[in-house]
Design a protein around this ligand. Structure first.
Ligand SMILES: [Zn+2]
Length: 260
């Protein structure tokens, strides 16, 4: 390893120093899991994250987790998910579907108001890897514009939070290159609850806890449209606390102090 290489690594390590101090007290819940720290993420240093599909993930320490929720907002389930996160003072990232944000803008705005990051997940959830690039990009933009309008009241193509997750993780090199050129961070996942399969909340809780213990750190994927996920979330968060896991909130680079 050259000296230059070492200097670069040291600079990178310094950039990864936790940005937030220890969790603030959580109103009404002295035993809350809380949010341990805020991590700024940008497409230059971490263009694609999540080891299920990519070689790298976010720079997380052992027992650090980033919680993410896809496909919402959805009446009935998203409010329960938001309630559970609020009770534990945990901040997560929601990858919205444009059509759901358009139909339920008040829920999308509630997620923002409660301090969560708002990422994007297309308008109607098609698999983008098997359509022409321009059509795929039009679908991505349609979703981003619908989300931005629902959440911020402005229809912009460059989202406030440039985080994107491909429906079904269906991407290809041309699309990934395009996302990177646009400065959009592509989120995969390190672990998931398979909550697209029907199961009881108890089964889902056991499954996700076992998988989290296996990977030890990383990006956790749930769907806030799923009743079983909404129902098991309070117990999941309490169990993470009991087992010594810590929550990291991802935000766009340079946004601390601007967003919540
Ligand atoms: Zn999805």
């Amino acid at each position: 390893m050259s000296l230059n290489h070492i200097v670069t690594l040291l600079a990178l390590a310094a950039a990864m120093v936790p940005l937030a101090a220890a969790a603030e007290p959580c109103p009404g819940n002295s035993q809350a899991l809380g949010t341990e720290r805020v991590l700024e993420v940008d497409a230059r240093s971490t263009p694609q994250v999540g080891r299920k599909h990519f070689p790298n993930t976010l720079p997380l320490a052992r027992k650090e987790l980033v919680l993410t929720f896809d496909d919402g907002p959805w009446p009935g389930t998203t409010p329960k998910v938001l309630d559970a996160l609020k009770r534990e003072c945990v901040r997560a990232t929601f990858f919205l579907l444009g059509r759901n944000a358009k139909a339920h803008p008040e829920l999308a705005r509630r997620a923002l108001a409660e301090g969560h990051s708002i990422g994007h997940h297309t308008f109607a959830h098609p698999l983008l890897d098997r359509m022409p690039l321009d059509r795929a990009e039009a679908e991505i933009n349609h979703g981003i514009e619908a989300d931005e309008y629902a959440v911020y009241g402005q229809r912009r193509g460059n989202p406030i939070t440039p985080f994107f997750r491909f429906p079904g993780f269906a991407s290809n090199k041309a699309l990934l290159d395009r996302m990177n050129q646009r400065g959009l961070v592509v989120f995969g996942a390190d672990v998931w609850a398979s909550d697209w399969n029907p199961m009881s909340p108890e089964q889902e809780l056991r499954l996700i806890l076992a998988r989290v213990e296996q990977v030890g750190r990383g990006i956790v994927l749930f769907h806030d449209t799923k009743a079983q996920t909404a129902r098991m979330l309070p117990a999941f968060l309490r169990e993470l606390k009991r087992r010594g896991y810590r929550i990291v909130h991802v935000v766009p680079a340079g946004s601390r102090g601007v967003l919540n």
